[in-house]
Design a protein around this ligand. Structure first.
Ligand SMILES: [Zn+2]
Length: 496
C-alpha cells in the first residue's frame, strides 16, 4: 500500500464525503497473491524489453520477477499475459480532476468517475492534479477513497492552486496553511517576482514542491529555476527568459484575450535567443527542475481539423465537454475563432523549435515528463496522455525513453521513490498491454489499432489490465462504463 504521509495527515480531518460527491464503488480487486504470467516487460528505467517473465505481486508490491517456466506459480489470481507487454503504470503529471466542463463549479456536470475511469482505462495509475477547480477538500477526499480502493481512480497527488495575498509577508503563512490542509504541492500562475521569491523560499523550507505555469509575465523560468521550483509546466517562461526585452507583440495584443495569447504564444520560440536558452537549460538542470512540456494540449493550434475530429469523441466524450471545446472566448482554451492557415503554419514551426529544446534538455540530463492537461482544447482524458507520448516520440525520443518519461521520470518529479519502475520491492503500478508499445505507442489507445493477423485485419491493442497499487482493474470494462455514461448523457440531451 502506498503511504503518502503528508496527504493522509491532512485528509484525516476531512471527514466523510457527502454521498452525491462520491464516485461509484471501486471495481478493482486486490488479491493476496497475483501473478502476471508470460509477459514481455518494459521496466520503465530505460532498459530494453525483457522476458518472458512472471511478475508476482503481494500486498500491493512486486515481490518477484522470474523467467517464465514450465509450471505456473500458485496464486489467487493469474493474468495470462502471453503475447502482451507489461510496463509501469503511466504517471500523468498534469491531470486536472474535473466534474464540470473546464473545471469550474457551475453548470453541467460529469459523472464523478468519468475522468478517473478514462485515466485508468489507459493504464494511468498516478495523476498529479495541478490544481482542481473542484476544490482541494473534494480532491483530498477522492485521494483518500482511491488510496483505500473505494473508488476506481488512479493514485492522486493533489496540488493546490496558489491564490494568494498580494504582499510577500502574508505569502508564507498561506503556503504553510496549504501544506497543513494536505496539499501535495502548489501550482502557481502569474505572480510578481517578490511574491514568487517569498513563496518559493517558504515552500522550499517546508519541503512543499511547486509547479509553475508562468504564462506571459515578468517572472520567467530563470527566476524560478534559481529558486528551485520543482516543475515547469508547458513551455511558458522558458523562451520568454531568452528573449532580450519583451516579445515582439503586435500592437493590438491584449494578454487577457485568449485568441491573442495563444496565437502569439506560437511565435515565442522563434524569437528566443539560442545562447540564452542554452544558459537557461543549464540552470534548470543544475537546480533539478522537471520540464513537463504538455505538447499535445496545443496540438489543435497546428491542425484544428484533426483536433476537432478525433475518433474517440463519438463514444467517450460527454456532450457538455464537446460543447465546452467549441469556440467561445469565455471558456478557457476555447479560443479557435478565426484560426487561420497562417496560425497553423506558425505553430508547426513553433513545435519544431520547442521539441528540439526539450530533447536538448533531456540530453543535458534534465528530467522530462509526460503530462496531458486534458479537459481543454479538444483533449480527452486518457486518450490525451497517450497522444502526449506520441508527441514525445515526434520530438525525437526513442519509445523506450518515452515510456521512461511517462513512468520513472514522473515518479522522480513527484518524489515517489517506489513506483514508476518494474522492480522487486516497488509498488505494483502496472499496465498490461495487448501489443508492443515500443513498436507502436498507439496500442495504448483505448480504441486499439488495426493489425493484420493471418491475412485478416483485426482490432488489437488497448490496455487490458491496469494494476494500481496491486489492485487489478479490467481496463476495457472501465471504458465500457464510460461509453455507457456517454450514451446515457446523449439520451438525456435528445429526450423531448
Ligand atoms: Zn493545466
Amino acid at each position: 500500500m502506498k503511504t503518502i504521509p503528508v496527504l493522509l495527515a491532512g485528509m484525516l480531518a476531512g471527514g466523510a464525503l457527502p454521498a452525491q460527491q462520491a464516485p461509484a464503488p471501486s471495481s478493482g480487486v486486490r488479491y493476496p497473491r497475483l501473478v502476471i504470467r508470460n509477459a514481455t516487460v518494459i521496466d520503465g528505467a530505460g532498459n530494453p524489453a525483457r522476458g518472458p517473465f512472471d511478475i508476482t505481486v503481494q500486498n500491493g508490491r512486486i515481490s518477484a520477477i522470474s523467467r517464465t517456466g514450465a509450471t505456473a506459480p500458485t496464486a489467487d489470481r493469474v493474468i495470462d499475459a502471453t503475447g502482451m507487454y507489461v510496463m509501469p503504470g503511466i504517471i500523468d503529471l498534469h491531470g486536472h480532476i474535473q466534474f464540470h466542463p473546464g473545471g469550474g463549479r457551475g453548470g453541467d456536470t460529469y459523472p464523478k468517475d468519468y475522468v478517473y475511469k478514462l485515466w485508468l482505462a489507459h493504464g494511468i495509475t498516478t495523476v498529479r492534479d495541478p490544481g482542481s477547480g473542484e476544490g482541494l477538500d473534494t480532491v483530498l477526499n477522492h485521494t483518500r477513497l482511491s488510496h483505500d480502493n473505494r473508488i476506481s481512480a488512479p493514485t492522486i497527488l493533489p496540488y493546490v492552486t496558489f491564490d494568494g495575498p498580494q504582499t510577500a509577508d502574508s505569502v508564507r503563512a498561506l503556503v504553510r496553511s496549504y501544506k497543513a490542509r494536505g496539499a501535495a504541492g502548489l501550482k502557481v500562475f502569474i505572480q510578481r517576482p517578490d511574491i514568487y521569491d517569498a513563496l518559493l523560499s517558504e515552500a522550499k523550507a517546508i519541503n512543499l514542491p511547486v509547479a509553475v505555469d508562468l504564462k506571459i509575465q515578468e517572472t520567467d523560468a530563470m527566476f524560478v529555476a534559481r529558486r528551485d521550483v520543482r516543475t515547469i509546466e508547458h513551455w511558458y517562461g522558458i523562451p520568454d527568459a531568452a528573449i532580450p526585452g519583451p516579445q515582439d507583440f503586435p500592437d493590438y495584443y491584449v494578454y487577457d484575450n485568449e485568441l491573442d495569447r495563444f496565437r502569439w504564444g506560437g511565435d515565442l520560440w522563434r524569437q528566443a535567443d539560442s545562447a540564452r536558452l542554452s544558459a537557461l537549460l543549464d540552470t534548470m538542470v543544475a537546480h533539478q527542475v522537471t520540464w513537463d512540456p504538455t505538447f499535445a494540449v496545443y496540438e489543435a493550434n497546428r491542425d484544428l481539423t484533426r483536433a476537432r475530429n478525433l475518433p474517440w469523441f463519438r463514444d467517450y466524450a460527454l456532450p457538455p465537454l464537446m460543447k465546452f471545446f467549441e469556440p467561445n472566448l469565455s471558456n478557457h482554451g476555447s479560443y479557435h475563432l478565426d484560426w487561420t492557415t497562417a496560425d497553423e503554419v506558425m505553430w508547426r514551426e513553433n513545435y519544431k523549435i520547442w521539441m528540439r529544446w526539450v530533447r536538448e534538455y533531456a540530453r543535458r540530463g534534465g528530467n522530462v515528463t509526460v503530462g496531458s492537461d486534458a479537459g481543454f482544447i479538444y483533449h480527452l482524458f486518457g486518450f490525451a496522455t497517450v497522444r502526449e507520448m506520441e508527441l514525445h516520440q515526434e520530438a525525437g525520443f526513442h519509445p523506450i525513453e518515452v515510456i521512461q518519461q511517462a513512468t520513472r521520470n514522473g515518479a522522480i518529479a513527484l518524489g515517489l521513490a517506489n513506483t514508476g519502475v518494474i522492480r522487486p520491492g516497488f509498488e505494483a503500478d502496472l499496465a498490461v498491454v495487448d501489443g508492443n508499445p515500443l513498436h507502436n505507442l498507439k496500442v495504448l489507445y483505448g480504441l486499439g489499432v488495426d493489425v493484420v493477423e493471418n491475412g485478416r485485419m483485426v482490432r488489437r491493442g488497448g490496455v487490458k489490465y491496469t494494476i494500481k497499487d496491486g489492485v487489478v482493474f479490467d481496463a476495457p470494462k472501465l471504458l465500457e462504463d464510460v461509453a455507457a455514461m456517454v450514451r446515457e448523457a446523449k439520451a438525456k440531451t435528445s429526450a423531448p
